[in-house]
Ligand binder design. Structure first.
Ligand code: FMN
Length: 451
């Protein structure tokens, strides 16, 4: 397919050359489209030699071909990596002052944007707002990684590794990123994680389209993840898990009943998604990387009081996505070997960002599914996990073929960190019971009460 590779003028522009190479090696025709500033970081000959295409920057080159319209029409996929803060602003505003922005405006294909910049620029309300606007256009915005930045500093804003961007881009093109979002409204006026607007909302109406709701979590915002992620292998196959989504949906329900405003990030579920109602916003995701992106977007766009990570997130994904179905060779007896790569640990990253002062909820709740073993019981594994993940609460389920997954019933231990102590509560019964108990614990938790 024909991929337009937009390149912004940031220090990570050199990684675009590697991304170009990855796409070319997979058989794609890549048209590099750097901005003027990008060419101050990496020269045109690098992109021309790697792609076999001349580099054009302005709409006033190759005018006889009306290049920005032609490029937009011919593109199957547009990937912008790295996208600078400036480029995000120009794209969000619908500007067309160079070939890249003009091409994005004329194209109808999927657009994937991978921003990279210093943490302060990334967390600035103007950038957050631009990202939300771009997501509102249906573009995929890949969350930047946390790590070393230009100089000796580090934080959120690093361009993800080229292979990760490639996978996100190909998944977006293959349509594995569900766009069906119950309410992914663009609300620029509420974007940002700080400032007077956020405080006003905490004090008064926070539920979109409705008054402040009553209950122990009245005036609180809770982000809940639910379901199981699916990691595509090829257009027909994926690696999935047995999560039904029942527990996460029950938590969302219990939080709504307790008066919270709930954002439910829904991966694959075996049960229908809840119907729309006041106080509930649902966003659909497919893969672990998409869930990560949705979690950080939900935490950045409005302050959240609690995050409950109920979703079963794949620890690994196939290292490469095949664009056509993997065929069996009738002559051969062997089977293909699938190489897996690790997915990011979303829960741990949220905890880490909170430690660094980034936008994060007061209360972070993780869920862990353990089978137990001869060496360690489920409770012991849970305690060790609470320590290693650093969340405030961990709900540990014992899972097995007929246990918990898909069932309406559950048996779990809720581990709550209280200073250096851990409080343990065993709950056995319906998933609704566990959800209500968890919400009670959240409402009475000192970190929630302090907010
Ligand atoms: C050394 C250096 C590194 C920069 N790195 C970034 C960056 O990583 N991200 C960013 O948004 N801007 C960065 N900038 C600022 C952009 O180059 C500047 O905003 C420019 O106008 C972007 O143009 P463009 O969006 O048309 O590519 C950097 C500037 C310099 C001088």
């Amino acid at each position: 397919m024909r991929i337009i590779l937009g390149i912004g003028g940031g220090i990570a522009a050199y990684k675009a050359a590697m991304l170009l190479r990855l796409f070319s090696e997979a058989g794609h025709d890549v048209v590099p489209m750097p901005t003027d500033s990008a060419l101050r970081f990496v020269g045109a000959p690098t992109f021309e030699a790697l792609s076999g295409h001349p580099v054009r920057v302005s709409v006033f080159e190759d005018v006889e071909t009306v290049n920005h319209v032609r490029q937009g029409e011919q593109a199957d996929l547009i990937v912008v990596a790295p996208a600078t803060a400036d480029l995000l602003a120009r794209l969000a505003a619908g500007r067309a002052d160079d070939l890249l922005t003009g091409t994005v405006l004329t194209a109808t294909c999927p657009v994937v944007i991978a921003p990279a910049m210093h943490t302060q620029m990334w967390e600035n309300p103007a950038t957050r707002r631009n990202v939300e606007i771009l997501r509102g256009y249906g573009y995929t915005v890949v969350e930047p990684a946390v790590g070393r930045l230009t100089g000796r500093d580090s934080g959120a804003g690093r361009l993800p590794e080229p292979a990760e961007i490639r996978d996100a881009a190909l998944a977006a093109h293959a349509g594995t990123r569900p766009r069906a979002t119950a309410r992914t409204e663009v609300r620029p006026q509420t974007a940002g994680h700080a400032g007077p607007r956020a405080d006003d909302e905490r004090a008064g109406d926070r539920t979109p389209g409705g008054p402040r709701r009553e209950g122990p979590l009245g005036g609180r915002r809770v982000v809940v993840t639910a379901g199981g992620t699916r990691e595509p292998l090829d257009p027909v196959r994926f690696l999935g898990n047995r999560s039904s989504g029942k527990q996460g949906i029950a938590v969302a329900r219990a939080a709504l009943d307790a008066g919270a405003e709930v954002t439910l990030l829904l991966a694959h579920t075996e049960v229908p998604a809840p119907a729309e109602e006041a106080g509930l916003t649902i966003r659909s995701v497919g893969t672990a990387l998409e869930l990560r992106e949705a979690v950080f977007a939900a935490l950045a766009e409005q302050p959240a009081d609690a995050l409950v990570m109920t979703a079963a997130v794949a620890d690994f994904r196939p290292g490469a996505y095949r664009e056509s179905k993997i065929k069996k060779d009738p002559e051969a007896t062997d089977a293909p070997v699938i190489e897996l790569v690790r997915n990011p640990d979303i829960l741990r990253e949220v905890v880490q960002r909170r430690g660094e002062g980034g936008p994060a909820p007061a209360l972070i709740v993780g869920f862990a599914a353990e089978t137990g073993s001869e060496e360690a019981s489920v409770a012991e594994l849970g305690r060790a996990k609470l320590c290693s993940k650093g969340s405030d609460v961990l709900v540990v389920n014992q899972v097995g073929t007929d246990l918990v997954f898909g069932s309406d019933r559950t048996a779990a231990t809720i581990l709550v960190r209280r200073g250096s102590e851990t409080e343990e509560t065993d709950v056995a019964g319906g998933k609704d019971d566990l959800a209500r108990r968890l919400v009670e614990l959240m409402a009475s938790h000192p970190d929630m009460r302090r907010r």
